[in-house]
Ligand binder design. Structure first.
Ligand code: BG6
Length: 490
């Protein structure tokens, strides 16, 4: 982000988990689009790595078929033809040292190239992979490693992963991905907050009544039952994506856009989050699990009936939390976080609700006049809206809400990069600003862990909600206790 960085050098991008879902659905398609926009280094080599014994041609064919089937009519055969020449393959079994030899030879044949190792495997393999890369002498000063979530199951396991990777790579070489930070409107929020003097005086407890961060999904657990049942919404979404969004909204202006200046400010917010422990957990958090209902007009099964889910599972598919940040700027302002599967719509948005006017001259009560909010939408559309009241044309003073709308697709001609495109570019250029530093990640675990522990110790089960609704009734009640309502309920 910011100024264009140094030209991308000659580079080898090695993707462990090369035949996996992330590589096929996100990484290779993102690289393909970057190639179309001529943003890839001419001498980029993408080496897919997996256990299957595949030739380069067989891997290319596999990638072609998988990407074409995911993208359907959006697949661009000509774009593929231009991109495919970058793709190579190496067979590696992470637990077998000798199987790294072939990869090592290929990388060492071109020692002048930067190396990016993208670890998109089960995290329990991260340590072994890093040990092997080090043993083969493949980690140079100009190497980077990209870590995909989940980075651990709790604070202790995330520390183990960080220690293992950190034993071979310096922190400046470690890129922990949170793809929400790569979404265009998230960076636009930084631009709006710190590129305009207008909002700064309002961005504080005196003017902000509450903040709501929602990431809802229409989908259920799909084919990821095995994984999801051990993880749940708190680890899958809140610990990372939602807390990162909260940091971007709440952080103090950093001194610069440099990686550490931004990450220092985010860390201060994570550390200032008031702990939710003991009896508070029942008051300030809601966990839910979907029951059979409807999605997209069709009946869908409940979570417990999904494939590869334990029939008595207490894994949460919905979380709502009332968080507070103990700083001068935010004391007393509730930050509501909410995420869930099988909700009515796929929405990702941040809503900053401003306080009502102190006194109304228009006949209605001042409290009922709280129209001012900023809505930063990441999904389904990308836009920022400012909600105001204005007079409806006519002979009477009739106030109506109006939305000042910054719609990115209309305001700017250039295509916005998708999250993985931007983040891959940043890795290739060596820009860490949009990646999560170790201390941030651990601070986030430190805050969510007591909540998860209290849920585990409780005899209460997650509250049921019907698939296709906005979650359990307790989620509305969470805001109701403050006299507030979720954005879509207003
Ligand atoms: C991932 C989660 O990190 O984010 C998934 O593991 C979730 O469960 C996904 O579906 C949502 O991302 P996006 O960009 O589609 O909102």
């Amino acid at each position: 982000m910011g100024t264009r960085m140094q030209a991308v050098p000659e580079l080898d991008l090695v993707i462990f988990g090369g035949t996996g879902d992330l590589a096929m659905r996100k990484l290779l398609p993102a690289l393909m689009r970057l190639q179309q926009d001529e943003l890839l280094p001419a001498r980029l080599r993408v080496i897919g790595v997996a256990r299957e014994p595949l030739t380069q041609a067989a891997f290319q064919a596999l990638a072609h078929d998988r990407i074409a089937s995911y993208q359907g009519k959006h697949f661009d055969p000509a774009g593929w033809d231009r991109f495919v020449g970058h793709i190579d393959y190496a067979r590696v079994d992470a637990t077998d040292a000798a199987s790294f030899d072939d990869l090592a030879q290929r990388l060492q044949a071109e020692p002048q190239r930067d190396r990016v190792f993208y670890l998109s495997t089960a995290p329990r393999l991260f340590s072994t992979i890093c040990d092997q890369l080090a043993a083969k002498g493949l980690i140079t000063e100009r190497s980077r490693v990209v870590l995909e979530k989940p980075l651990g199951h709790d604070l202790a396991s995330s520390r183990d992963i960080n220690d293992a990777v950190g034993g071979h790579f310096g922190e400046q070489q470690i890129y922990r991905i949170d793809h929400y930070l790569g979404k265009e409107p998230v960076q636009n929020l930084l631009a709006l907050r710190f590129g305009n003097a207008l909002f700064e005086p309002l961005w504080r407890r005196e003017s902000v009544r509450d903040v709501q961060i929602t990431v809802s999904e229409e989908l259920g657990v799909e084919s990821r039952g095995d994984f999801y049942d051990q993880v749940g919404a708190m680890r899958d979404m809140v610990q990372n994506h939602l807390l990162q969004l909260l940091c971007i909204v709440a952080m103090e202006p950093p001194a610069s856009i440099s990686a550490d200046a931004v990450r220092d400010e985010k860390l201060k917010i994570l550390r200032a989050l008031r702990p939710i422990e003991g009896a508070d957990v029942a008051h300030k958090t809601v966990r839910g699990q979907y029951r059979a209902g409807a999605s997209g007009g069709k009946p869908v099964p409940g979570y417990l009936e999904e494939e590869r889910i334990k029939p008595d599972s207490t894994t949460e598919t919905f979380v709502a939390i009332r968080a507070e940040i103990d700083t001068w700027r935010w004391a007393g302002v509730p930050f509501f976080l909410r995420t869930g599967k099988r909700m009515p719509q796929r929405v990702a948005e941040i809503v900053v609700n401003f306080r009502s006017v102190p006194h109304s001259i228009f006949g209605q009560s001042a409290e009922s006049m709280n129209p001012n909010r900023m809505v930063i939408r990441m999904q389904p559309d990308e836009k920022v809206e400012l909600h105001l009241l204005a007079k409806q044309p006519g002979d009477v003073m009739n106030l109506q809400p109006v939305h000042l709308n910054l719609d990115f697709s209309q305001s700017f001609k250039s295509r916005s990069l998708e999250a993985y495109e931007r983040l891959l570019m940043d890795v290739m250029r060596g820009n860490l600003t949009l990646f999560v530093r170790r201390d941030e990640q651990e601070a986030a675990w430190r805050w969510v862990e007591p909540i998860m522990n209290a849920w585990k110790a409780s005899t209460d089960k997650p509250k049921p909600y019907t698939a296709g609704t906005w979650g359990p009734a307790a989620s509305s009640a969470l805001l109701g206790r403050d006299g507030l309502a979720w954005h879509e309920e207003i």
